[in-house]
Design a protein around this ligand. Sequence first.
Ligand code: PLP
Length: 502
Amino acid sequence: MTNGQNKHNLEEAIHSLEPQDWGEFHDLAVRALEDMLEWLKTSRSHPVWRPMPQDVRRRLDEPLPAHGQSPEAAYEQFNELVRPYCNGNAHPRFWGWVQGSGLPLAMIADMLAAGINPHMAGFDQAPRLVEEQVLRWLSSMMGFPDTASGLMTSGASMANTVALTVARSAKADWDVRREGVRAGSWQLTAYCSEETHSCIQKAMELLGIGSNALRRIPTDAEYRIDLDKLEAELDRDVANGFEPFCIIGNAGTVNTGAIDNLTALARIAKQRGIWFHVDGAFGALASISPKLRERVTGLELADSVAFDLHKWMYLPFESGCVLVKDAVAHARTFAVSPAYLGGDERGIIAGGLPFADRGIELTRGFKALKVWMCLKAYGVETFAAYIERNVEQANYVGHLVRESENLQLLTPISLNIVCFRYAAAALDAGILDSINREIMLQLQETGVAVVSSTMLDGKLALRCAIVNHRSEQSDFDELISAVRSIGDRVSAALTAGKGGFA
Ligand SMILES: *Cc1c(COP(=O)(O)O)cnc(C)c1O
């Protein structure tokens, strides 16, 4: 390449990041939007998930592009290589893990947020007021006071981590920010049930307290923390010189949707001067329904709560939230004031950086906009109605399972999660796990429906977690009939001695 050519290319490049022809860009933007709306509108007609062909895997492994192709070419490749091969949670028959379905209006909100692209550390700007407003709305949805502090986070893992950090700072009787966790003469310990999500363990490790200091208390027959065992463990630890700083209650465990006795946990924590945190990743949202609120009673007594709007409020990823009742303790845990972020009385930074002072991240996106727009557009009662419908659907699946000769319900249905399995009487108990795993995989691979699995009492369970606003009753009929027919086929092949499943 001659010098002249190189200069020409660079000049061209300099003009490409902002559209040169806004008309052309407008056409691309409209097409992208129309294609996406069409895809959402017709979601039921696509397979829930499809295995990726080798060719797609190969084409998604490219060298770094030195020269641009064009915005249109990049969009075409998204259409061809990316959109058809996502994990499927926008589909009406996706009930794997706990993944929300995504609202079309929130998609628009995310686009608008990226368009204005505000820096959400704080600042004197309307987006800051929108996030503050959203946090007050979310506080009232959780039964927390108006004065609670909070932060929109990427998800519940981050929200739980922020909350445990506040608990650590508030309850350690030395300056843990300054001295670190080793400086105290006491060893901090935290308490939760064995059913608690792994992100709590990660938080304990990250905070330098260590996962050994997380006491996992056994559960009762309904997978709720055993309160007597909790008290006994607390007594033992105190007698041995440990310093219990936090009890973590579950409002909806990830395995079965079990809800701990939150009122009792709040009382135990209060009596002992311990922080009470609730992981309510999806279950905390039950509190917005007048019918279901009673199941999460005691949530309003917590010192902090973590939950996700990208689960049971159907918003797109990422939209988690942490609320902390003691706003001073929250800010004391994270606030710093380096010179380059200094405040002024007037101007853009007059509002300070309140969100940077409530968590780990300085630069944050405008996640609150989608919450604000969707609550305004639909109102909280609409979300409550969908949540109630999901609970009814879980009970309906339970009913279908109980009515089906070869199916077995493995746990009580506490909320929106159904754990069941195929278990024809003639089959040897030893092969049920592999049959059920095969059923789950064939459901996924044929694109009929997605459920995930878990182990309960040493048994592999098909786990159907319903946080999907698109599911209709007929979708669950289809699931159960597919489970039965795959189960029959797989077990017939096995008992006929054919060996393999396929
Ligand atoms: C999903 C989940 C988490 C983790 O939340 P993320 O948003 O995935 O980080 C924590 N606890 C429970 C009970 C969950 O269901």
